[in-house]
Design a protein around this ligand. Structure first.
Ligand SMILES: Nc1nc2c(c(=O)[nH]1)N[C@H]1C(S)=C(S)[C@@H](COP(=O)(O)OP(=O)(O)OC[C@H]3O[C@@H](n4cnc5c(N)ncnc54)[C@H](O)[C@@H]3O)O[C@H]1N2
Ligand code: MOO
Length: 380
């Protein structure tokens, strides 16, 4: 039975749990999901310091300059006395007794004395004013971005506890599929093998290997059996023709088929199954645009969940032109974005990736849709 588009995606997410946690140096954690919260190991700022290059001043001015302190230099020993000032660099520790920091461009110099106007407390960053020690800065499941790495380093972390990335094997089937050069009559260039690594990377997964098989059940059985990836993606062989062996092979392997077809165009023959040992199999239709649509429908949510990532918030946009709705199925339509609007690009037959290659996203057009906002699946 074909599942509805949203239902199929929910089943894919619910089919798995996040993979185990690994502790990695910051430099290796980018793109993974946090397996535990990031807490501040130190307060921020860690000590009272100057927000400006200028003078730390004590009491009312004018002030006699009694020394200088640079960021990274030795802090000023002792308490700054009333009527004195310390030349200070941005980020350098302010001594006890500091009333404020007078920015250098506001200071009037007269020999060893400076004067100027500055409100009490101005330009001093107090210890812990951004967050106290122990504060939970980022929750579990946050995807590690460049900014997350910087924030984690700033509060003292050298490593992060993150989920292991899903390993994905790819099996491209088809007697007619060739991997290089101009396709001869009766042959077709593999368009799915080259498309998948980008999709896997965008989902935070890693490609574990790619094999190409003729349309032959024993070879497919062996490929699904002799494999230690978390997910096997089989391209082609999802339909009902004499060369389409995936369903029969899954039955023989006693797989639990969770999704057997999705009410979506293109991509309706896609499927999701769980093998007895817990590994998942995702079947992508052979038509390349259908394979892309199915990759975004079932494979992406599955990998997002396995990697421990939060479900991304839906992105919506206004359809500036009518999008072709189907009476009973969801349609995935390549669109370009401009401001808050989307416009279809056409060239979107199931066998053609031209439209998708021109597009920024696939618009999710619900059955019977009559205009308005649509959800977008960004194209990686
Ligand atoms: N009787 C029915 N026939 C078909 C149905 C159906 O419901 N009933 N569905 C059609 C739809 S929709 C799709 S999509 C395809 C799915 O077929 P398969 O997943 O079994 O894939 P193949 O039959 O092997 O190939 C379909 C098509 O795609 C070309 N192909 C295959 N692999 C690649 C590749 N790696 N790169 C580029 N092109 C590829 C292949 O040559 C065929 O033209 O079934 C329909 N039929
Ligand atoms: O739906 Mo097929 O999956 O149209 O190409």
């Amino acid at each position: 039975m074909h599942r509805g588009w949203a239902e199929a995606r929910r089943i894919a997410r619910d089919a798995v749990k996040p993979l185990e946690a690994v502790e990695l140096p910051l430099g290796e954690a980018l793109g993974r999901a946090l397996a535990s919260p990031v807490r501040a190991l130190v307060p921020m700022p860690a000590y009272d310091n100057s927000a400006m290059d200028g003078y730390a001043v004590a009491g009312p001015g004018p002030w006699t300059v009694v020394g200088a302190v640079r960021a990274g230099g030795a802090p000023y020993a002792g308490v700054l006395a009333h009527g004195t000032a310390l030349e200070i660099a941005t980020g350098a520790p302010v001594p006890a007794g500091t009333r404020a920091v007078l920015p250098v461009e506001h200071a009037v110099h007269s020999g060893r004395r400076v004067s100027g106007t500055v409100a009490s407390g101005k330009h001093v960053r107090r210890r812990g004013e951004d967050w106290p020690e122990g504060a939970e800065l980022l929750t579990t499941s946050t995807t590690v971005t460049a900014a997350v790495l910087g924030a984690a380093a700033a509060v003292g972390h050298d490593t992060l506890l993150v989920h292991r990335r899903p390993r994905v094997s790819v099996v491209v089937t088809g007697d007619e599929v060739q991997t290089s050069g101009l396709p001869r009559p009766g042959r077709v260039r593999d368009a799915i093998g080259p498309l998948l690594p980008g999709l896997l990377r965008a989902a935070g997964a890693e490609e574990h290997g790619l094999v190409r098989l003729a349309d032959q059940p024993d070879a497919l059985t062996a490929a699904l059996t002799d494999d230690d990836a978390d997910v096997v993606v089989v391209c082609g062989a999802t339909s009902k023709g004499p060369a389409d062996h995936l369903r029969g092979v899954l039955r023989a392997l006693l797989a639990d088929v969770r999704v057997d077809g999705v009410a979506v165009r293109p991509g309706h023959p896609q499927l999701l199954a769980v093998l007895p040992d817990g590994r998942c199999v995702v079947g992508l239709p052979g038509n390349p645009f259908a394979a892309l649509g199915a990759g975004l429908t079932l494979l992406m949510p599955l990998l997002t969940e396995l990697g421990g990532h939060r479900e991304p918030a839906p992105v919506t946009a206004w359809a500036a032109e009518p999008l072709p709705a189907h009476p009973s199925d969801t349609r995935l339509v390549p669109v370009v974005r401009s401001g808050g609007d989307v416009t279809p690009v056409g060239h979107d037959r199931p066998g053609s990736l031209w439209g998708a290659a021109l597009a920024d996203a696939l618009a999710v057009v619900p059955p019977g849709w009559r205009g308005g906002d649509v959800e977008l699946l960004p194209l990686p």
